[in-house]
Design a binder for this molecule. Structure first.
Ligand SMILES: Cc1ncc(COP(=O)(O)O)c(C=O)c1O
Length: 489
């Protein structure tokens, strides 16, 4: 009879059979990543994946492996050339960061040791708590504030909303549900607020209409008089205003609401004040920009996205909640299998799972921790200031070019403009600029993105790039003007 303990299956693990071989491959991966970084500017920002590669991504699940070396070969040849391109100096699309090599190494180390930060008494939890405390310190928040790292600002904002609903529901909403809330809850933000807030209102059962979208002034900041009027009207109609969201950098134009004035209004009207700082919460690191954020320190909660202007590799969202007890009361559950012990690995006063939706949580704090320890946070402030200066450099060029039209005041590092040949109808301008956007992308010269402002389609350069040089913007404008000539002709 065969002894089961002697069969290969009894000893199989997922560790490499050839440890030294994998070590060599790992070194090659690191070398390739560094070589790619050195050659970044020579590469097109983006290129489409050839159609004939598509079938390679439709094959059945591999029942037997081909080995790490072959898998990596396929990744290098079939995936790497067609990635998003947001590591490139001329990527200015949507609002995504570049990442950094130290951050990438942090992501690798986090995965290599693979702790779960849902709970327990271990060092990785301390690292996340330290990152949270650093953010609180940099934003002028109390150091004992609650907080959590999450995937991104959509989730960070949802946490802020959920705590607000819990605090203001007027009933035990966790037990009774929203049907028991006596007066419908209403939240407020400017029309420029990110669409993830609508999803928060929907997910929390309040409905999208519970988020009132307030008009803005010419600089795309919330109109405070209109906000106050809306609060009073809702209250008079028997609804319960509970939350105002202030923007610290809107997605369209980078506008920053008057956060101090919103804090005053919230104090007077007894409303909760949440700041969506996905783009701009950290601009205080640039001394000249810091005054724009005045009042952020008075918020009840703040959402940040460290994978945007702080360039931590995805994902690195973060939320701070002034009142840690309220955050905990919103989410904490106490099943027997997650009970905290007085000592041992199940010890530890703070289990981060009690502060949000997720039980299993990765060690995303490490890439932040290593990055900030490496360069110091002031370096990020210098990059932000340079991006803001570059935005003004680009806007000045746009204003000098007869064919270009600036579409909004420059907010932080975002420039919205369009190509505008004289005498063209709005319809033709729309079609022209849409075509040019695609041509610019397909040329590989740059990746700007797009938006619609006051019903007009425009190109949108959201810089957030620590690798862009001033010349990069001229390269882009020169190429755009050339393409505009071709399309016009
Ligand atoms: C102001 C603002 N809020 C929220 C979000 C959503 O963030 P995420 O994509 O990280 O979920 C974004 C994304 O661009 C944003 O700019």
């Amino acid at each position: 009879m065969i002894d089961p303990a002697e069969t290969a299956a009894a000893h199989e693990t997922l560790d490499p059979t050839d440890l030294e071989g994998l070590r060599t491959l790992a070194h090659r991966m690191v070398d390739d990543a560094f070589d790619d970084l050195a050659r970044l500017p020579e590469r097109p920002v983006w290129r489409p994946m050839p159609e004939d590669l598509a079938p390679r991504f439709e094959t059945p699940a591999p029942r037997t492996g081909v080995g790490a070396e072959a898998a990596y070969g396929q990744y290098r040849s079939q995936v790497v050339p067609y990635l998003m391109g947001n590591d490139h100096p001329r990527f200015w699309g949507w609002y995504v960061g570049n990442g950094t090599m130290v951050g990438a190494l942090g992501a690798f180390l986090a995965a290599a040791s693979n702790p779960n930060l849902g709970g327990g008494n271990h060092a990785a939890v301390r690292v996340e708590q330290q990152v949270l405390r650093w953010c609180a310190e940099l934003l002028g928040f109390p150091l004992d504030a609650g907080g959590l790292m999450v995937g991104g600002a959509s989730m960070a904002n949802l946490v802020g909303w959920t705590v607000a609903r819990h605090v203001h529901a007027g009933v035990d909403v966790r037990a009774e549900g929203i049907a028991a809330i006596p007066e419908p809850l209403v939240a407020y933000a400017s029309v420029e607020v990110h669409s993830c807030h609508q999803r928060s209102a929907e997910l929390l059962g309040l409905g999208a209409h519970a988020l009132r979208l307030i008009p803005t002034d010419d600089a795309y900041r919330i109109d405070l008089a209109a906000l106050r009027r809306a609060v009073h009207e809702d209250r008079a109609a028997g609804r319960k205003p509970f939350l105002v969201i202030g923007n610290a950098g809107t997605i369209n134009t980078g506008a920053i609401d008057d956060l101090d004035a919103i804090a005053d209004l919230c104090a007077e009207e007894r409303l909760r004040f949440h700041v969506d700082g996905a783009i701009g919460a950290m601009i205080g690191l640039a001394p000249a920009l810091a005054p724009l954020l005045r009042g952020i320190e008075r918020a009840d909660s703040i959402a940040l996205d460290l994978h945007k202007w702080m360039h931590v590799p995805f994902e690195a969202g973060l939320v701070l909640v002034r009142d840690a007890a309220a955050q905990r009361a919103t989410f904490e559950t106490s099943p027997a299998y997650l009970a905290h012990a007085p000592r041992g690995l199940a010890g530890g006063a703070t289990w981060l799972t009690d502060f949000g939706l997720e039980t299993s949580r990765d060690f995303k704090a490490l890439k932040v921790w290593l990055s900030w320890m490496d360069r110091g946070v002031d370096a990020y402030g210098r990059m932000m200031q340079r991006n803001v200066d570059q935005a003004h450099h680009l806007a000045a060029r746009v204003e000098r070019e007869p064919l270009l039209e600036l579409m909004a005041p420059v907010g932080l590092d975002i420039v919205c403009f369009r190509v505008h040949p004289e005498g063209w109808s709005e319809e033709r301008l729309d079609a022209l600029n849409r075509e040019l956007l695609m041509r610019v992308h397909e040329s590989g010269v740059a990746v700007p993105s797009y938006t619609t402002l006051d019903g007009k389609y425009c190109l949108r350069v959201a810089i957030g790039n620590h690798r862009s040089t001033f010349e990069d913007f001229d390269v882009f404008v020169d190429a755009l003007l050339k393409m505009a000539d071709e399309v016009e002709a």
